[in-house]
Design a protein around this ligand. Structure first.
Ligand code: C5P
Length: 650
């Protein structure tokens, strides 16, 4: 696992995304171009791990290709038949779209080949494909467990005219692999599908692309396919890869959940990809969908909320994962049916989705080939494990439209969409945070509370958290030197903030925490790094729609480094001392200006010098010196800054 990515809660989604090329089309085009006679120019080929695995394999098999710098166009020199290299060892990662079709093509290439992948690839069944190949005389052996990669392919006499019977109910890629490879025999070939063929639209992509390369398959429904004798692949010259319709699903769902409109460019009404039907499913959930020749657009339902659904998703297994996450936002329990193929994908997706959906608060019932999802009443922030499965990472990023979410190992999206999180960032707008800091008695508390009220935002007085912790520690008899004890207390601190009043374990402490003993206690506990770490998530939970004003030391640097507006309030020490004196006198407490001034200056020095979260204006914070200002002017200044920061282009 390589790290994690924290996504803040999002306010809304809208914008336009240019999609990367389709993985399914890219890898099919590459293989067909390699086997074809002539040179093929491929435009908009997807740049991703799975495509790289195919390109590496083609190189190893003696196919030459190049990527043109200026246009990004790929040029593949077809070998006009079987691969010229007759002995090779291929490592294909976890790329099913490379592994299956290459297995079939190599079995017919009269050479000796080894095909292997990552451990998960070796858990994904391939027996039905191998059985199909054995029926026409191919020599394909299992190097490990029978029915699974790695494979050892040996030269054999192929009898292409024998009909092949292949199961269609585990993976449609077996049929795709046979269809693409069989023209290599030059003989008429017949494939009969046993059992109900799943994921039919993917087979339709295969047939469509084969036709573009000059091989027309005669089709009798989805049961029988005949490849005419003397079929040969010929380059169509140039080809454009459509945008990836499965990748489109995340953005369209973002538009349907987060307001929209979100438009994806690169696929449209006439797409050859089955996953374009995802847009129809979203429409059944109430989303507003528009489609053009080369774009699709999604917006939230008129009512604002997606409708509960019960759908057979056999035709769109990949995009269906996005619906499982969309179910979190629906107005009732949802059911995804006929998705057994999820169990043999990058991971057991039914089990993985159930586990991760539960983490964010959904109730999930896992069936053998179905999933029932009851949306959570309240979203729970969670760390999502991604099982080296790009689609889990991408679809769970949509949870951020409900609450903050951590995506573990986010780089797994490289399998099909290396720039995914950057693209997502372009269409989502995080819940805004205004971070206000400044020295003691600068008026930041008063100003922050008034700004929050003016904007209708939530308000976080982070200093109060440290004060409550100090009070709770003293009440529980935990010494302020006991770092582990303090951290443990901080983790489970039973504090509640409610309309300006503060409660500790059911006891109101609003005034108690302002006493001197809590001020000094707070400043001691706040200097303990494990305490700060323990309070981090709790502070982040204050970021809720429509926005947050967060006041305190590390609001803009550690807790909300992505705050849209950061303010550093200050005033001369003399003015601050005068303000403090007035506060004390108003409360009937005697105040000595000289002592107050000295205390303040000492505290400034200590706060600025402390190693943990020192007092410091951040480079990206707006400075406001309130020495000559009243509270109202300070609030007006901050509101101005907030408005221009929130309107600034993202
Ligand atoms: O702002 P207030 O006076 O209530 O803060 C109490 C104490 O907590 C201070 O010593 C301050 O330095 C510390 N604090 C902190 N980080 C924050 C907020 C307050 O270290 N985010």
């Amino acid at each position: 696992m390589t790290g994690f990515l924290d996504l803040p809660p999002m306010l809304r989604a809208h914008g336009v995304i240019r999609l990367p090329g389709s993985k399914s089309i890219s890898n099919r085009c590459l293989l067909l171009a390699a086997l074809a006679q002539g040179e093929t120019q491929i435009h908009d080929l997807l740049a991703s791990d799975d495509v790289d695995r195919m390109l590496d394999a083609l190189t190893a098999l003696g196919v030459t290709w190049r990527r043109e710098d200026e246009s990004g166009r790929f040029v593949v020199h077809g070998v006009g038949g079987c691969f010229p290299v007759k002995k090779a060892d291929l490592f294909l990662g976890n790329a099913g779209t490379a592994f299956r079709p290459l297995t079939a093509a190599l079995a017919l290439s009269a050479g000796e080949y080894r095909l292997s992948g990552v451990p998960r690839m070796h858990e994904r069944p391939i027996g039905d494909l191998v059985d199909g190949l054995l029926q026409i005389g191919a020599d394909v052996r299992y190097e490990g467990r029978a029915g699974f990669p790695p494979l050892h392919v040996l030269p054999a006499r192929i009898e292409g005219r024998r009909p092949i019977r292949v199961r269609g109910d585990v993976s449609s890629q077996f049929l795709t692999a046979l269809l693409m490879a069989l023209p290599l025999t030059g003989e008429e070939a017949t494939i009969e599908v046993v059992g109900e063929l799943i994921s039919k639209p993917y087979v339709a992509i295969t047939l469509n692309l084969m036709a573009r390369f000059g091989v027309s398959v005669r089709q009798e429904g989805w049961r029988r396919f005949v490849i005419p004798s003397a079929s040969r692949y010929r380059s169509p010259g140039a080809l454009h890869v459509e945008g990836d319709a499965s990748s489109a699903s995340y953005f369209l769902a973002a538009g349907a959940i987060g307001g929209g409109p979100v438009r994806v460019e690169g696929v449209g009404a006439h797409s050859i990809q089955g996953d374009i039907r995802f847009a129809e499913s979203l429409r059944e959930l109430g989303a507003r969908i528009c489609m053009g020749e080369n774009w699709v657009e999604a917006s939230a339902p008129e009512t604002g909320k997606l409708r509960a659904f019960d759908l057979d998703l056999n035709a769109i297994p990949d995009a269906a994962m996005t619906l499982a996450v969309a179910a979190l936002f629906a107005d009732g329990p949802c059911r995804l049916r006929n998705i057994a193929s999820w169990r043999v994908k990058e991971t057991d997706r039914i089990a993985a989705m159930a586990t991760e959906l539960r983490k964010v608060g959904a109730e999930v019932e896992e069936g053998e080939d179905s999933l029932a999802v009851t949306p959570p009443a309240v979203f729970r922030p969670a760390a999502i494990d991604t099982y080296d499965d790009h689609r889990i990472a991408m679809c769970f990023s949509l949870v951020s439209l409900g609450c903050r979410v951590r995506i573990n190992d986010p780089a797994c999206v490289n399998k099909t969409f290396p720039g995914y999180f950057d693209s997502l960032g372009k269409i989502v707008e995080p819940v805004p945070v205004i971070a206000i800091d400044g020295p003691s008695a600068s008026g930041k508390g008063t100003v922050a509370a008034l700004v929050a009220r003016a904007l209708g935002y939530h308000y976080l007085d982070s200093g109060a958290l440290y004060r409550v912790l100090a009070l709770a520690a003293m009440r529980a008899g935990i010494a302020l030197e006991d770092e582990a004890g303090l951290a443990q207390l901080a983790e489970s601190l039973p504090v509640r903030f409610d309309e300006g009043r503060i409660w500790l374990d059911g006891d109101e402490v609003t005034d108690a925490i302002r006493e001197e003993i809590c001020s000094t206690g707070a400043s001691r506990v706040a200097a303990v790094p494990v305490v700060r770490a323990a309070l981090l998530e709790r502070q982040r939970d204050f970021r809720r729609r429509p926005g947050l004003v967060a006041e305190g030391r590390d609001m803009g640097s550690v807790v909300f480094p992505d705050a849209q507006c950061k303010i550093f309030l200050t005033a001369s020490a003399e003015i601050r001392a005068q303000r403090r004196a007035k506060q004390l006198i108003d409360k009937g407490i005697a105040a000595n200006m000289r002592d107050l001034l000295r205390d303040l200056m000492d505290r400034d020095a200590r706060d600025a010098a402390r190693p943990v979260a020192p007092l410091k204006k951040l480079d990206d914070a707006h400075l406001l010196d309130t020495t000559g200002f009243g509270v109202e002017e300070a609030v007006a200044f901050v509101l101005d800054e907030v408005r221009s920061s929130l309107n600034a282009p993202r």
